[in-house]
Design a protein around this ligand. Structure first.
Ligand code: GLU
Length: 225
């Protein structure tokens, strides 16, 4: 389990996400990536290696978008490859997620999703979450995420964005730490405080089985049930 940071607000997300990931490097990781929404399209950039190495190949600071999620991965399911690095998407490419933790029932869920013709791009347990959200998406990313999580067994700290609802960042937690950082015209999620301390010291610790819906100016927390 490694690091997550997500952002929604007044500033360009990508530089904040990269800066935040660097503050989570102490935990160790094998790959890293970020995803933002720009003009109603999901952008994803990810690769294996250390962040400063990936920065030599990808100019993160040039990535547009005011909402985004990012993760540095410590592989548990699927080898250390670019395809297995987070973020992961659904078939449509409208939903992008980052995840820390382990989905215990992922093989069974993946089998069901494959029968419904979902196409997988990675060997991770995480990717099933993206397809499950897609499977439950009916114009409301909060509801789709909730319905997906109710089918999942395992540990997660999760960040979700959807290009059809670019003014929202969804977060959820079970047995893997996740905090919310409250700013002025901006809000954050992170797996640990150092990632966001530069921007705010107002922090809420999500409890197990809770999810949060963040916009630029508001944060609401709900029980997943
Ligand atoms: N189980 C996920 C994977 O292997 C997440 C690992 C992590 O927490 O970094 O991709």
């Amino acid at each position: 389990m490694c690091g997550i940071i997500g952002y929604i607000g007044k500033s360009k997300a990508a530089p904040i996400l990269i800066e935040g990931l660097k503050r989570l490097e102490y935990r160790g990781y094998d790959s890293a990536g970020i995803s933002t929404i720009n003009e109603n399209n999901i952008i994803i950039e990810k690769d294996i290696g250390k962040i400063h190495e990936i920065e030599n190949k990808i100019n993160f600071k040039d990535i547009d978008g005011f909402v985004g999620v990012s993760q540095c991965r410590w592989a548990t399911h699927g080898g250390v490859t670019k395809e297995n690095a987070h973020p992961h998407t659904d078939c449509t490419g409208d939903i992008s997620i980052v995840h820390n933790g382990i989905i215990e029932n992922f093989s069974e869920l993946k089998e069901k999703l494959l029968k419904k013709d979902h196409k997988f791009k990675s060997l991770t347990d995480t990717e099933v979450i993206a397809h499950l959200i897609e499977d439950n998406y009916d114009g409301n990313i909060e509801e789709a995420t909730r319905k997906a999580l109710k089918q999942i067994e395992g540990s997660y700290a999760l960040g979700v964005i959807c290009s059809k609802e670019p003014d929202k960042l969804i977060a959820a937690r079970n047995e893997s730490p996740l905090i919310l950082g409250l700013g002025k015209d901006e809000n954050f999620i992170a797996s640990d405080v150092p990632a966001i301390l530069k921007y705010t010291n107002k922090v809420i610790y999500l409890e197990n089985n809770e999810m949060a819906i963040l916009t630029k100016n508001n944060v609401s927390i709900k029980d997943i049930d």
